[in-house]
Design a protein around this ligand. Structure first.
Ligand SMILES: [Zn+2]
Length: 271
């Protein structure tokens, strides 16, 4: 499931190519993804000038002159550029044909993605208004984390996956960040020792930045006109590696369920 780094990778790959383009035609093939698509989507979008592609948490914001398309990629969604003449497959739910020779295509086999149009400030949309700070920005600091956690009796892993606390971190990067910080995922947020706030904030920022870097390097320049093959060029240290040796100490990595999610940890390195 795409998290902040995968969504940011798409923004960096696609954004520069769509900025300044006009939507001249749309192919809307699905009427329902996670939410119903607006029936008047074609009328709303045709003629719109794209001014920017931004990201907030795991959402992509395609800002146009008269409003914004809010995309969420769900479990399997992809947004990429293809030649305007490319045939479509059965999971290609929306094409925005741009002036020039390309179109922006939304593909989503599992259809948990979201496409919403708003002509108001997208950051005030109900999906986004409660989002906490962006983890890679300065506002997400050790002091901020302490304020948000010190009265909370939930596992620290669940706390950092709460988009109201910090935006864009899902199960994968929560696992990776806690491993990098040496913190046991089930530790109650209120019990974290104060010297761990900075460690955890630095680990989250470092893991996300490394994953964005790996994604941006792998996507290169040519894949903007081909369907990208997958999300995760970043090599995980611990996620999905139950029974394999811990990269720090060699102990076997363990897996447990925490809040219903697969949680990987090293019992030796994470206290
Ligand atoms: Zn270890």
């Amino acid at each position: 499931m795409p998290e902040l780094p995968e969504v940011e990778t798409i923004r960096r790959a696609v954004g520069p190519h769509v900025r300044g383009k006009r939507i001249i035609h749309t192919n809307v093939r699905a009427t329902k993804l996670r939410h119903p698509l607006p029936p008047e989507l074609d009328r709303l979008l045709v003629g719109q000038l794209i001014v920017a592609m931004d990201r907030r948490g795991k959402y992509l914001l395609l800002r146009c002159k008269g409003g914004t398309i809010i995309f969420h990629l769900g479990m399997t969604g992809m947004l990429y550029l293809v030649k305007a003449s490319s045939p479509h497959g059965k999971h290609d739910h929306l094409d925005l044909v741009l002036d020039g020779s390309y179109m922006l295509r939304f593909t989503d086999p599992r259809r948990f993605g979201t496409i919403i149009w708003t002509d108001n400030d997208p950051l005030q949309h109900p999906l986004l208004v409660a989002h906490g700070p962006e983890p890679l920005e300065e506002e997400f600091s050790a002091g901020y984390l302490y304020l948000k956690r010190h009265r909370r009796k939930i596992p620290i892993k669940q706390l950092i996956m709460d988009s109201r606390v910090v935006a864009g971190i899902g199960n994968i990067y929560a696992n990776e960040s806690l491993f990098r910080a040496g913190i046991a995922p089930q530790t109650s947020a209120s019990d974290l020792s104060p010297d761990k706030d900075l460690l955890l904030v630095d680990a989250i920022k470092g893991v996300l930045a490394d994953a964005v870097e790996a994604g941006t390097t792998s996507i290169g320049s040519t894949s903007t006109v081909e369907k990208p093959q997958g999300y995760f060029p970043y090599e995980f240290s611990i996620y999905g590696k139950e029974g394999r040796p811990c990269p720090k100490c060699g102990s076997a990595i363990r897996m447990m369920r925490l809040g219903g999610r697969s949680t990987f940890f090293c019992p030796h390195c994470q206290k």
